[in-house]
Write a protein that binds this ligand. Structure first.
Ligand code: NAP
Length: 355
């Protein structure tokens, strides 16, 4: 598991190559504000090898955050993350390893008959578009992730896109499902198999309260506190949310949707004030922003390339601990990690982008 001492040692090894605030606090440790994502790519051995080399390069050049999910590339992404951790010249304790459970994972490749596979492997559970939050299912998935990653402890475990459940269940029911899945995760924390947990979303936290797929961050946090109480943990280990954020998808900053102490706040402001860490997904719009950003925004950001400026936009937003960027090529790793050699925007300059 990532430890305070090891992540500080990692920071001390690398920080002189980076600009201010490249390494940021996460719990008692330090993490890079650029992380590697592992979502895109075909479930093939050739893509596994690309990811392996990209991950090793990332860990050895100043990125100590990796994000995956059990369903990504039919479990191949988790497995290659495990291999890269083993092979890279870094200690496991220096790395924040995050994964997710919720979407049904295939095993290595897409089966000829996906319905039959799911019935055979997971017949006891009810899925909504391939998504299940049932506590026992999450428990099962957690063990499989530990096995895939070949780790004793996961640093950060997200429930994956819980808003999918709103297509079949009331909002109250979805909060109940979350609370009982959180109890499972609190038990994993008590057993030292998990450090922190959170919720990864696509729409839930950035859409207005009136939207069908909205979930409230304060309500989710209340449910996490209740789960910790039920399990007998002194405080909740709910710590992070994940949401898409980039120049063209900035609603987590612009849309007020969460009841804060002084009125309704955007997801980013709410998280910042509540001490919840935000990890951004799709930070370069699944590669599109590498072709260029709107001129007016690009002019305000530092970086030699469009991808670097796009990454620096995401890492400049309030509340953001780390911008996740999918990278399966070592060349992209080298370009993206160098974004951290430029300073992010200060708070006023970031606000000015939206004026
Ligand atoms: N709901 C959720 O929970 C959710 C949803 C989406 C994503 N995520 C997480 O967030 C991570 C990031 O999002 P994402 O991967 O969807 O999108 P992204 O990070 O915006 O873009 C990844 C794509 O950009 C390409 N790329 C990376 N650096 C580049 C560069 N310097 N120049 C040109 N192209 C470059 C990558 O290509 P190569 O692979 O060839 O390097 C990949 O195709 C994911 O990997 C995943 O871990 C979570």
């Amino acid at each position: 598991m990532a430890t305070r001492d090891a992540t500080w040692a990692y920071r001390n090894r690398f920080h002189e190559s980076f600009a201010r605030t490249y390494f940021r606090r996460f719990a008692d440790g330090l993490v890079s504000s650029i992380g590697v994502g592992t979502y895109l790519g075909d479930p093939t051995g050739a893509v596994d090898e690309r990811y392996h080399d990209a991950l090793v390069e990332a860990f050895e050049s100043g990125i100590n955050v990796v994000d995956t999910a059990i369903n990504y590339r039919c479990q191949r992404s988790e497995r290659v993350v495990g291999r890269a951790i083993e092979d890279a010249d870094v200690d496991r304790e220096e790395l924040l390893v995050a994964t997710k459970g919720g979407f049904v994972p295939f095993d290595g490749s897409r089966p000829a008959d996906p319905g039959a596979y799911v019935r055979e492997e997971y017949g006891d559970y009810e899925f909504v578009r391939g998504n299940c939050l049932h506590a026992e299912y999450i428990d099962d998935q957690f063990d499989r992730s530990l096995g895939n990653l070949d780790l004793d402890t996961i640093d950060l475990y997200y429930l994956h896109n819980p808003e999918t459940q709103l297509e079949a269940h009331s909002r109250e029911r979805v909060y109940e499902l979350l609370e009982s899945a959180f109890e499972t995760l609190e038990r994993r924390v008590a057993a030292d198999e998990l450090r922190h947990y959170g919720v990864a979303t696509w729409n839930a936290f950035r859409v207005p309260e009136t939207a069908d797929d909205h979930l409230s961050i304060p309500e989710v946090v209340r449910r996490a506190r209740a789960a910790a109480d039920t399990v007998g943990n002194p405080s909740t280990s709910f710590r992070a949310i994940q949401l898409p954020f980039n120049v063209h998808m900035a609603d987590a900053f612009t849309t007020a949707a969460h009841d804060g102490p002084e009125g309704t706040q955007s997801a980013l402001w709410f998280a910042q004030e509540a001490g919840i860490d935000v990890f951004t997904s799709a930070s370069i719009l699944q590669g599109d922003l590498a072709d260029g950003l709107p001129e007016a925004v690009a002019a305000k950001l530092e970086g030699d390339t469009a991808a670097q400026r796009a990454i620096n936009f995401a890492r400049s937003a309030p509340g953001v601990t780390c911008a996740l960027v999918g990278m399966s090529s070592p060349e992209h790793v080298a370009e993206n990690v160098a974004a951290g050699t430029f300073p992010p925007l200060g708070a006023d300059a970031f606000d000015a982008v939206f004026e």
